[in-house]
Design a protein around this ligand. Structure first.
Ligand code: X2X
Length: 334
């Protein structure tokens, strides 16, 4: 059985070998796992979805939320959702998911989104639908709405980044995905692929001098404690697909699928609004914590990507069909 029936002690009915009272136990338990910190809006909204699902089903369905890499690194969690040990997994299409579905990273191309309107027009539209189809091919089922992981900025412990020259040879952490490595190599940096659960210690022990992330992650994952400077580069935008293990999902009755997917998609929409607000309000909060901000001229970074053949190279990898769909909403890229 895909979804184990559990007692309040967490023992499975099959393990106990006899039937039990289910008064306090959910009939369906779903493990929902991701890398974000407890205080990140994704976690708050996921917990809200869990409460709504419990309420609407009178306790019949329990969404167990595991934030903060409690079930392992992104690499581990991807294996687990593939195997069925995790039922629902939030992961960026640019991150480890791209090791299985390379094209899922296309929306992470540098500097393609001017604003959130363009972002959601693209990802809730034709491009998002095309990526969903590719993800389904690897037996993962994406929920309809993506969760915002924000526009990304570069932080460092050593010096402020004002131009690509300031990145030359710099050891910078990037997530585990080929697009990220390629982008920072093209900027002239020395990127290292490190999972999010190892980021704080990699910065603290100076294995790397910098990293890049949303302000929400810089705040909630305490990156601010181990970094001094933040260049507001907005070099890319990221978000998470919420993918279900297909077999586990198919084993749920239709009414349970409906309640779970509706509440998860609603939580994603609410979380998008939280992130849009935080992308502004957190600047002051982080500055008060000692982070020194600067606003580089981002055109120099874009030019570096163009000159380095970044867009033309990735156009070949993604293929003409996806590229054309993307350009419909973001304009000509090459
Ligand atoms: O690993 C990261 O930096 C994070 C949390 O932003 C992603 O999952 C891509």
């Amino acid at each position: 059985r895909a979804f184990t029936v559990t007692t309040t002690l967490g023992l499975s009915a099959t393990a106990l070998g006899f039937s039990m009272k289910r008064a306090a136990a959910a009939e369906y338990s779903l493990k929902f796992a991701f890398n974000l910190a407890e205080t990140h809006p994704i976690t708050t909204r996921a917990r809200e979805a869990a409460a709504r699902i419990q309420h609407e089903t009178n306790g019949r369905v329990e969404l167990q939320v595991y934030p903060n890499n409690q079930l392992g690194s992104d690499t581990d969690m991807l294996s687990q959702v593939r195997a069925g040990g995790i039922d629902l997994f939030l992961n960026s299409g640019i991150n480890v998911l791209s090791t299985m579905v390379p094209a899922a990273s296309i929306y992470g191309l540098g500097f393609i989104f001017p604003d959130y309107d363009t972002v959601w027009k693209t990802m809730d539209g034709e491009l998002g639908a095309a990526l969903h189809k590719l993800i389904e091919k690897v037996n993962l089922l994406p929920m309809e709405k993506m969760w915002d992981n924000g526009f990304r900025h570069i932080t460092t412990s050593t010096h402020p980044v004002n131009s690509p020259a300031d990145l030359a040879g710099m050891k910078i952490r990037v997530p585990v995905g080929a697009l990220w490595t390629s982008m920072f190599q093209t900027f002239g940096a020395a990127p290292a692929s490190i999972n999010f659960n190892e980021l704080y210690s990699a910065l603290q022990t100076k294995v790397v001098d910098g990293q890049e992330n949303s302000l929400a992650n810089i705040k909630t994952a305490n990156i601010v404690e181990v970094q001094k400077y933040c260049a507001l580069t907005r070099h890319m935008w990221d978000a998470f697909f919420c993918v279900a293990n297909k077999r586990n999902w198919a084993s749920l009755p239709a009414d349970v699928q409906e309640v779970v997917s509706r509440n998860i998609n609603l939580a994603a929409l609410d979380e998008r609004q939280d992130m849009a607000k935080l992308s502004e309000s957190l600047k002051e909060v982080l500055a008060k914590q000692g982070l020194v901000f600067n606003q580089p001229d981002t055109e120099a970074f874009r030019q570096k990507l163009r000159d380095g053949g970044f867009y033309t190279g990735w156009r070949e990898k993604y293929g003409e069909e996806l590229w054309a769909i993307l350009e419909k909403t973001v304009g000509k890229l090459t």
